[in-house]
Design a protein around this ligand. Structure first.
Ligand SMILES: Nc1ncnc2c1ncn2[C@@H]1O[C@H](COP(=O)(O)OP(=O)(O)OP(=O)(O)O)[C@@H](O)[C@H]1O
Ligand SMILES: O=C(O)[C@@H](O)C(=O)CO
Length: 422
């Protein structure tokens, strides 16, 4: 089928988050890991390409995103969605702005919107300021993120240094007036030369208004949630025929492994809750990994019964992470942990693991790449923004869930496992 909406996500958990929310409407969503090396074949109306570009150097992120754009164009897409984190994670150099401007230039677009809001997960935007629950972004646990600490909550201030063209705001008072009022505001800003418009949203109703007003833009940007209304809007506009979601749930109960490289407050609570169930667990220590390599972890794993779904985690308190980063360097510490968790994933698969629960975006990228999967089928949603996915890992059918650091409730790991047993 010709692709209607071509989506590019800057990390793997973000890609499954977006694909899961698009699939809520019952449409078939196809998720590719990285830019496919083959020309488009067997495409779906909604195609998502997962990149691992959030913390990549700007030039690399731009080049990979443009390659993804070319593939999606070849699949027939004329509308595009650039998905970044609902907490607007970017390094000080920033990839969100430069990637958006490169996409706009390639598409001949003179304006786009920025809406990372995800109300079901507590992310809302008011007067251009991003809130996590009741706290401004910069006062939320995101201020301590190991790779992209967020120390400002104002999206215009975060975006301005990242782009060449002017940044503006369409605030909640406009959004509350509906899609026509928002379109008028966007037109007025365009007349003033404003290319980058942050749009407030505090509820799913606001997201419906924004999607309706922006559905004809060649490029929309945001978190996953603002894309959620698009399939229904496109169906209503007669852009594609109804088709059923075809992901069958394979029978993959039994063996499992949980791998956590996320240090977010929610993941740390999930790790503790899972350990409290009495499940076997191993904590990785980045300093020890730097000294002795991953063999001790692999030996521990080899001795485990995978029907008990063991947990391997590096998740640690911010002070501990900072201490390790000061000794090893931020990127080096992250890579050591990611590399070890990826090796554990491969070893677990070869020991017979068929369900993989992975926490953390960067971690998910490393694990998914190691498993050698190139396409994910979207299955049941475990928590808002976290679906099970099914894929083939070098001849083995497996289920994989990639959990964003901040998503899910405390019992997420056990809930994810039981979901495939229902
Ligand atoms: N104990 C540790 N010491 C140093 N770095 C660590 C430690 N544990 C994890 N890391 C690194 O921190 C980074 C965590 O990023 P990751 O994207 O996996 O999680 P997250 O940011 O919580 O998730 P998301 O991007 O979905 O919000 C990874 O690069 C990981 O390797
Ligand atoms: O938007 C989010 O918060 C997630 O999809 C994500 O990008 C996690 O890395």
């Amino acid at each position: 089928m010709t692709t209607i909406l071509g989506c590019i996500a800057d990390d793997f958990t973000g890609a499954t988050d977006l694909a899961g929310l698009l699939a809520r409407s019952g449409v078939k969503v196809s998720l590719r890991i990285g830019v496919p090396s083959e020309p488009p074949k067997d495409t779906a109306a909604f195609e998502v390409i997962a990149l691992k570009s959030r913390t990549a150097p700007v030039g690399e992120a731009v080049a990979e995103t443009l390659a993804a754009l070319d593939w999606l164009k070849a699949a027939g897409a004329q509308r595009f969605f650039w998905k970044y984190c609902s907490t607007f994670d970017s390094t000080p150099e920033g990839n969100i702005g430069p990637v958006s401007e490169a996409l706009m230039e390639a598409l001949g677009a003179d304006q786009t919107i920025y809406c990372p809001a995800f109300p079901e997960n507590g992310r809302s935007i008011f007067m251009g300021n991003l809130f996590v629950g009741e706290h401004p972004l910069s006062e939320s646990p995101m201020k301590n993120h190991p790779l992209t600490p967020m120390t400002d909550s104002n999206l215009m201030r975060l975006l301005e240094p990242q782009v060449k063209q002017p940044v503006g705001l369409a605030n909640r008072l406009t959004v509350a007036k509906g899609a026509i009022a928002l379109k008028d505001r966007l037109e007025a800003l365009k007349a003033e030369g404003v290319a980058h418009v942050v749009v407030d949203a505090v509820s799913n109703d606001d997201l419906g208004v924004i999607a309706e007003a922006c559905q004809d833009m060649s490029l929309m940007t945001g978190g996953s949630a603002v894309a959620m209304p698009l399939p229904q809007l496109y169906k209503d506009a007669g852009l594609f025929p109804s088709e059923a979601q075809t992901a069958d749930k394979p029978s993959l109960a039994g063996t499992a492994i949980i791998l956590s490289g996320s240090c977010s407050a929610m993941t740390r609570a999930q790790v503790q809750a899972y350990k409290d169930t009495g499940a076997p667990s191993l904590q990785l220590d980045a300093l020890e990994l730097a000294e002795n390599g991953p063999q001790a972890a692999l030996d521990w794993l080899a001795a485990q019964d995978l029907t008990e779904a063991p947990l391997v985690y590096a998740s640690a308190e911010p002070e501990k992470v900072k201490e390790v980063q000061a000794k090893l360097g931020v990127a080096e510490a992250g890579e050591l942990v990611e590399d070890t968790l990826a090796k554990c994933a491969l070893a677990a698969r070869d020991q017979g693991a068929r369900r993989f629960v992975v926490a953390g975006g960067e971690t998910s990228g490393a694990v998914t790449k190691a498993l050698g999967t190139d396409r994910l089928i979207i299955g049941a949603e475990i928590a808002p923004g976290v679906p099970w996915t099914y894929c083939n890992s070098e001849g083995h059918d497996i289920a994989l869930t990639l959990k964003s650091g901040n998503f899910g409730n405390e019992t997420f790991f056990a809930t994810a496992l039981s979901k495939l047993e229902e």
